[in-house]
Design a protein around this ligand. Structure first.
Ligand SMILES: Cc1ncc(C[n+]2csc(CCOP(=O)(O)OP(=O)(O)O)c2C)c(N)n1
Ligand SMILES: [Mg+2]
Length: 363
């Protein structure tokens, strides 16, 4: 009776820039100084906005939101590796990537204060899907967008982001399988930040890696250091090139850590220890990127001070604009659900307006 090995797999891990800011010369993508400084600026801007939002929320000036601190090295280099006509299908921890794609700083402030206007893009061609709190839906959406782009003869890929917890959703598997079976030009990114609210990665699945989920669908799966913007850039560039060649999708697991609370409504001290948080802070992306840029003589204290002041002013201007607005429409969520009029949405909209008239806005 035959009893033989019929297939063998392995999963590789990529790190280009280590925790001390040292680059591996053989793996270095050799980005230009301008590209490195641009990447650095986006990362710092996303961090500045995130920190400002936390203060606003604590002061009662912003609603609940999920901090992105520590995950800047994933969506930002990913977005920078994309073309303008590629699709960006995010969840809710891709603030930096969304800014790179052209979303104004004010959008995230509107959105997390409950205003649907935060989802209105300044330009219809941005190809940036709205923030999605519905876990997992981005994967089938990206598979469909990628398939449709190829069907229409466009040279466009779709990039989807999900969390480690999201890999337990059916949508994760359906999206991957559809895209793999149809060789759709898609790239799927798992932001493995070790936690899904209070559920640790080890409880999510006994799989040694999340990248290995790709093997079941017959596509490449790679694990990268998600605190290393250069590794993410290399993996994304390769995956996008593969997608454009017509060779199908790739799954990238970016290993990082959720340094902050799940959302501002959560208290992580209830379910995880201080030591693991402290260790994670030593590996965070901005510290190591800063060290790298200083070693390359691209960064110094004077540049640091100037950038700090510039980003602070940029974020403050956005906060001012957000707080000056009073023209938000309570019924905006009903207005753009579909591109065309829809009977059921029309009925719900009507129902809502009558309810507001009867009970008042808070009824
Ligand atoms: C379909 C669906 N189920 C459950 C939830 C509630 N929920 C919100 S965030 C979250 C955990 C997500 O964890 P992960 O995918 O790891 O992303 P992270 O928050 O760590 O970025 C859950 C279960 C949801 N928003 N959508
Ligand atoms: Mg997570």
């Amino acid at each position: 009776m035959p009893n033989k090995e019929v297939a063998k797999f392995s999963v590789s891990y990529l790190q280009v820039l280590n925790e001390n800011g040292k680059v591996d010369a053989k793996l270095d993508p050799k980005l230009s100084d301008e590209q490195l400084l641009e990447m650095h600026r986006w990362m710092r801007l996303a961090r500045e906005l995130d920190e400002r939002m936390l203060k606003l929320q604590r002061q009662g000036r912003l609603g609940t939101f999920p901090p992105n601190t520590g995950q800047e090295a994933i969506s930002i280099p990913a977005a920078l590796a994309m073309q303008k006509n590629d699709w960006f299908a995010g969840a809710f921890r891709e603030l930096g990537g969304r800014l790179v794609r052209g979303e104004p700083l004010t959008s995230t402030l509107y959105y997390y204060n409950g205003w649907e206007e935060g989802n209105i893009l300044p330009d219809d061609d941005l190809r940036l899907l709205p923030t999605s709190v519905v876990i997992g839906c981005q994967f089938p959406q990206a598979a469909g967008l990628a398939y449709a782009s190829r069907y229409k003869g466009e040279d466009a890929a779709a990039v989807a982001f999900i969390g480690d917890g999201g890999t337990s959703e059916g949508d994760f598997h359906e999206g991957l399988n559809f895209a793999a079976a149809w060789k759709a030009p898609a790239v799927f990114v798992v932001q493995n930040n070790q936690w899904a609210i209070s559920i640790p990665r080890s409880d999510q699945t006994p799989s040694a890696t999340l990248a290995q989920k790709a093997i079941a669908y017959g596509i490449p799966g790679v694990q990268v250091d998600g605190n290393d913007p250069l590794a993410v850039h290399v993996a994304m560039t390769e995956a996008l090139a593969r997608a454009r060649r017509g060779d199908g999708p790739t799954l990238i697991e970016a290993v990082t850590y959720r340094l902050m609370m799940h959302t501002t409504a959560d208290d992580p001290t209830k379910y995880r220890g201080k030591e693991e948080e402290e260790l994670a802070w030593t590996k965070e992306p901005l510290v190591r990127f800063d060290k790298y840029l200083r070693a390359k003589k691209l960064w110094n204290d004077a540049k640091e001070e100037a950038l700090k002041a510039e980003l602070k002013a940029e974020v403050e201007a956005a906060v001012k604009e957000f707080e000056a607005r009073d023209d938000f429409q309570m019924d905006a969520p009903f207005l753009n659900v579909y591109g065309t009029e829809h009977e059921e949405i029309k009925r719900q909209h009507q129902d809502y307006l009558e309810n507001v008239k009867r009970e008042g806005a808070n009824g």
